[in-house]
Design a protein around this ligand. Sequence first.
Ligand SMILES: [Zn+2]
Length: 107
Amino acid sequence: MIAAERGCTRPGCNAPATLTQVHHVTDWAKGGATDIENLTLACDSCHSLVGDGPDNWKTVVIPQDSENAGRIGWIASRLVDPTQTPRVNDRHHAGELVAAAIRSLRP
Ligand SMILES: [Zn+2]
């Protein structure tokens, strides 16, 4: 997980992997497995934002037919994002952003 995610996966968070804990994307209490496909890294502050309430954030696995497939998407509360669009954290993946930019510039 550290090699793949490199840090907290909530968009905009800079916390490195050493300051994170493992979060179940589908809550363990709701049948979510402690399985690599259902886990992500989240710092204490971001982890505390996740929950079922209307003001809480939610986490999802980005579907395979989407951009960022397989990564963890965070959905902000409805007050922050009425569109409820899952977003990924690119702050720990600058190299991938540069590679994508270079690919887009090539004919
Ligand atoms: Zn964080």
